[in-house]
Design a protein around this ligand. Structure first.
Ligand code: BG6
Length: 467
């Protein structure tokens, strides 16, 4: 954990992310004893005081912490909570931080967590400058970071007027998932896989993250964001970076970012003709949604990485809300063998190519599926699989939820699992043709796999899901 006690200033403290992940995550980190001391100051547009914010937090923990709350633990945690409405301004915020620091005594650090929409990020950064809360501070910026290339460039420039790059942590919680880091272990700790990790052996890759959930109370945020900015330019592209990068010279943040950024530089601009945007039927009549909304709740697209390793290997990405299943898989389809002696009708190839699949679920799963012989006379083939599931291991140890892991890393000043300005700007640049000319949204039925045209997008390949 971090060496020094932390004053966490949580902007967007009453928002959805804060309720679901950040407050429960901070509670868990505090309880697990990873942080030597802490105070948390909630800030948002809502008019809370410290007591009503405590009540709000308690409710969030009851609902989302995933375990029963112990009353003694809770009162210790509750005591560390304070609240400042955003409208109170710089001086009041500064005083609240000073109070928190006095309560902690000794050397302390500040962690500003900006869980606010892109349009609000800049004014919060300015506020922090005005309140003189920059020294001894680190700042976590939530995604999406900007809304296009120009806004990301300008946000980075403004941010650098107040904070140094060392202080800035651009978060992408998918990189905090155990399973995402397992991609690195899998690829670079084994002799078996890396030699075949290229265009000679791999036919195509799918990164597929369908979700069953709808938007709940998030329509206000989502209307201005949509599936591409919410999920693709952020999480899915970052995962693509881990899948496609060259071996870094070491596991430190510099070399990892460098290799990921090289992948991003090799990506061809997205061709809007290779994108399917969808919207689930009924979205337009949800509260907070424009009845003529063109916001996509679904997106599928093809990405091309134009380098020696990946030239000609399509990466298909898909994600959306209110789909048939919740999954987070990366699936690698291998090339067909050059020649087959198995007769037609034997079943060879009938269930698609052989595959390696990563499941980014909280408990990592990986499987290798391949053709093998069915028992019995003759040669009939079937798809078999070798599987690993973290759930079935007797591995014990503290498993940190993605946000918890990343908050802890930021408190320790470790940038390894965070994004650089350069990488993010490049991803917006790659995305610009789609932002400029988005294809029209196509309706899909809630509970389906998206609009029908997703099949044409990947033809002659097929979507790996549903299994
Ligand atoms: C968030 C998006 O970043 O990631 C949400 O804003 C999405 O729309 C969520 O549902 C998915 O994260 P996870 O960890 O549940 O797969």
């Amino acid at each position: 954990g971090p060496k020094f006690p932390q004053v966490v200033v949580l902007f967007g403290a009453t928002g959805d992310l804060s309720r679901r992940k950040l407050l429960p995550g901070l509670y868990h980190l505090a309880l697990a004893g990873f942080i030597p001391g802490y105070r948390i100051i909630g800030v948002s547009l809502d008019e809370h005081d410290a007591d009503s914010f405590r009540a709000f937090t308690r409710k969030a923990l009851d609902e989302f912490s995933g375990r029963p709350i112990n009353e003694a633990d809770w009162s210790a945690f509750a005591e560390t909570l304070d609240y400042v409405p955003l409208s109170a301004g710089a001086e009041v915020l500064k005083a609240a931080v000073a109070r928190a620091e006095t309560a902690l005594d000794g050397e302390t650090r500040r962690l500003h967590y900006l869980s606010v929409p892109p349009a609000a990020a800049l004014s919060v950064v300015r506020l922090l400058g005005e309140a003189d809360l920059v020294e001894r501070a680190r700042i976590i910026m939530e995604k999406p970071f900007g809304t296009d290339l120009a806004s990301a460039v300008s946000l980075n420039a403004r941010l650098h007027e107040v904070f140094t790059e060392e202080q800035i942590f651009r978060i992408d919680h998918f990189l905090g998932k155990e399973a995402a880091q397992n991609i690195l272990a899998f690829r670079f700790a084994n002799g078996l896989f890396e030699p075949i990790w290229n265009r000679t052996f791999i036919d195509h890759v799918q990164i597929d993250v369908p979700e069953t959930l709808g938007l709940g109370q998030r329509t206000g945020f989502y209307e201005a964001t949509g599936a591409f900015k919410d999920m693709v330019v952020t999480h899915l592209f970052q995962i693509l970076g881990f899948m496609a990068m060259e071996p870094p010279t070491s596991l430190e943040s510099g070399p990892i970012s460098e290799e990921k950024n090289k992948v991003f530089r090799s990506m061809l601009p997205i061709d809007p003709k290779e994108v399917v945007r969808g919207q689930y039927a009924g979205y337009r009549s949800e509260p907070g949604v424009d009845p003529l909304s063109e916001t996509e709740t679904f997106i599928a697209l093809q990405c091309r990485i134009d380098n020696w390793r990946w030239a000609g290997v399509p990466f298909f990405l898909r994600t959306g809300k209110k789909l048939a299943e919740g999954q987070r898989i990366i699936s690698i389809a291998f090339r067909e063998p050059p020649k087959s002696m198995f007769p037609a009708g034997s079943g060879v190839g009938a269930q698609g190519p052989d595959h390696l699949t990563f499941d980014l679920a909280d408990a990592t799963k990986m499987s290798l599926s391949f053709y093998g012989k069915r028992p019995g006379p003759g040669m009939r083939l079937d798809k078999l699989s070798m599987q690993f599931s973290m759930k079935d291991t007797d591995f014990v140890g503290e498993v940190l939820e993605a946000y918890e892991r990343l908050i802890l890393d930021a408190m320790r000043g470790d940038h390894t699992l965070f994004n650089t300005a350069e990488g993010i700007e490049r991803l917006w640049e790659v995305s610009q043709p789609l932002l400029d000319e988005p294809p029209p949204v196509r309706l899909y039925a809630p509970g389906s796999w998206g609009p029908k045209s997703i099949h044409q997008l990947v033809a002659p390949h097929a979507w790996r899901l549903p299994f």
